[in-house]
Design a protein. Structure first.
Length: 294
């Protein structure tokens, strides 16, 4: 639905040239001009438009069939029967609510000055930390292994080793060499401990790891950070702040989203709902079975 609304907004109807808008088809007694058909399919989004343009006759044949069936349903009053009336009501509610929400973004233009001010105030959120890592794994509940297989470290053994590695790193030993010697993370180990850049806003890392990383200054090594299955050790390389031009599109979207959330929060505060039957509203009920369609 969102994509369809965005497509419709981004694809304005071309101007109709006088004398160049013939009746393309008559469907169930209604004349459909070229401009009307194109406006309709354009509003449905790129997939529907592609189907229409690929074979207009086949599309209109299906459209005519649906039109015929809808007329039959309305003649029988199905649009006013349960459950159809409720589904039509709810589908209309969902569509218009989404359309109004989508439209709000275009009503709040973001100016270049807004972007530059936002960039200056939020540089830290766009900066990336370049770090090296060492991962020391453990397994306190190993399954029975093959005869002669190396016994995995316990968490206590891994913690002791991690503390020793930190001590060596802080004493000046090359962190990359330590990573290649001790790390159990094969991907970063092969790169001398190099890890993908990390932003404060990244959600892929657990909070404990991000806290440890962003507490470091360039050249500092963290204490071991325990996570499920192992200890992580980080060495801060540097913070890299991108130039404004590199992130201006990201900033534009960020401002739009921030303004939209503020607008939506304000709308929520002004929604009027009054709960009357507290007993019913608190009652736990089994899942409702939808009535059969006829």
């Amino acid at each position: 639905m969102t994509a369809a609304a965005a497509f419709a907004q981004g694809q304005p109807a071309p101007p109709v040239v006088a004398g160049d808008d013939p009746v393309a088809a008559v469907i169930e007694g209604k004349e459909w001009r070229k401009s009307e058909l194109e406006a309709m399919v354009r509003s449905m989004g790129p997939n529907i438009s592609s189907n229409y343009l690929a074979d207009k006759r086949a599309f209109l044949q299906t459209f005519a069939l649906m039109t015929k069936l809808v007329k039959m349903a309305e003649a029988e009053g199905m649009d006013k029967m349960d459950p159809h009336s409720w589904r039509l009501y709810y589908n209309r509610l969902v569509y218009l609510a989404q359309a109004r929400a989508d439209g709000q973004i275009t009503r709040q233009p973001v100016m270049p000055d807004d972007q530059k001010k936002y960039y200056e105030a939020n540089k830290a959120n766009y900066s990336s930390a370049k770090v090296k890592v060492i991962f020391i794994n453990f397994n306190d509940n190993p399954m029975g292994g093959a005869a002669g297989a190396t016994k995995p470290r316990t968490s206590a053994e891994a913690g002791t080793l991690a503390a020793q590695v930190v001590a060596q790193a802080r004493a000046g030993k090359d962190f990359g060499a330590l990573a290649q010697q001790y790390s159990d993370d094969s991907e970063s180990k092969a790169k001398g401990g190099d890890f993908p850049p990390i932003k404060p806003t990244d959600t892929a890392l657990p909070p404990e790891m991000k806290t440890a990383i962003f507490a470091l200054k360039a050249g500092q090594v963290s204490d071991p950070v325990r996570q499920a299955g192992g200890f992580w050790i980080f060495r801060m390389g540097e913070f890299v702040t991108p130039a404004y031009d590199e992130v201006k599109d990201e900033i534009y979207k960020g401002i739009q989203e921030s303004r939209f959330r503020e607008w939506m929060d304000d709308i929520r505060k002004n929604v009027k709902v009054e709960f009357k039957d507290q007993k019913y509203l608190d009652e736990k009920m089994p899942a409702m079975q939808p009535p059969g369609l006829k």
